[in-house]
Design a protein around this ligand. Structure first.
Ligand code: MN
Length: 232
């Protein structure tokens, strides 16, 4: 039998359930679409590698990060960059998957199809010359950092706290924004040297992958990141 009190109770209950399930309905972090087709970087990075890397590896970092955030109210609504700055305060799951999400988002953006990436801006070119001597010398230092990063990790060009460019590398999914790494700074260039990034095409030849990868650098984006890093 219909009773008005039941109806009120039901709608109150529905309201409570909506509030409780609210944060899990919309995911806090989303994987942006790739800025090019998955075959656009081939043959230097083949389509299958891109599809597995973006569609499975990166996607699982995002999904694991969302699950971790759903279980920790302190992280809800926090930006990825703020999370990185205080990463030592959070769990290894947040460190690995938050870093994994940040690093891959940046990685896709700093690449472009061959011949579409432009060149360093006059400002960036001048800074490279001042801090490394030449672009070739920066590349050579970067290639060494990428090659000597033992196991899985990333190579970076960052703007450090003094506004200087610096080459560095990090293990696993750590990055230079994190308060747990030696070389802190704002990343303007990132290279994934996990085997999943190159093994199908290059097998164990990480050096060949790193060398080839320079033809994919999206200097338009790197210039923008450099300008942002210098102005903030
Ligand atoms: Mn990766």
């Amino acid at each position: 039998m219909f009773k008005i009190a039941d109806l009120k109770m039901k709608s109150a209950l529905v309201g409570v359930l909506c509030v409780l399930s609210g944060p899990t309905l919309a995911q806090q972090f989303e994987q942006a679409a790739l800025p090019y087709d998955s075959d656009a970087l081939a043959p230097l990075i083949d389509q299958e590698t891109m599809e597995i890397h973006y569609g499975r590896h990166h996607a699982s970092y995002v999904s694991n990060l969302n699950s971790a955030v759903a279980d920790n109210s302190e992280l809800q609504g926090m930006s990825l960059k703020d999370m990185m700055k205080n990463i030592s305060s959070y769990s290894t799951t947040v460190r690995n998957n938050g870093g994994g999400h940040y690093n891959h988002q940046l990685f896709w953006q700093v690449m472009a199809p061959v011949n579409e990436g432009g060149a360093p801006s006059p400002e960036l070119a001048a800074a490279i010359e001042e801090d490394f001597g030449s672009l070739r010398e920066m590349q050579s230092e970067f290639n060494s950092a990428a090659a000597s990063q033992f196991g899985s990790g990333w190579a970076w060009v960052i703007v450090d706290g003094d506004g200087n460019l610096k080459v560095t590398s990090t293990a696993n999914q750590d990055n230079p924004l994190m308060d747990v790494v030696d070389d802190n700074g704002k990343p303007i260039l990132a290279l994934d040297v996990w085997e999943h990034a190159y093994y199908l095409n290059y097998q164990n030849r990480r050096g060949d992958y790193v060398e080839a990868w320079w033809d994919l650098v999206n200097w338009h984006k790197v210039n923008e990141l450099y300008e942002e890093a210098m102005n903030n």
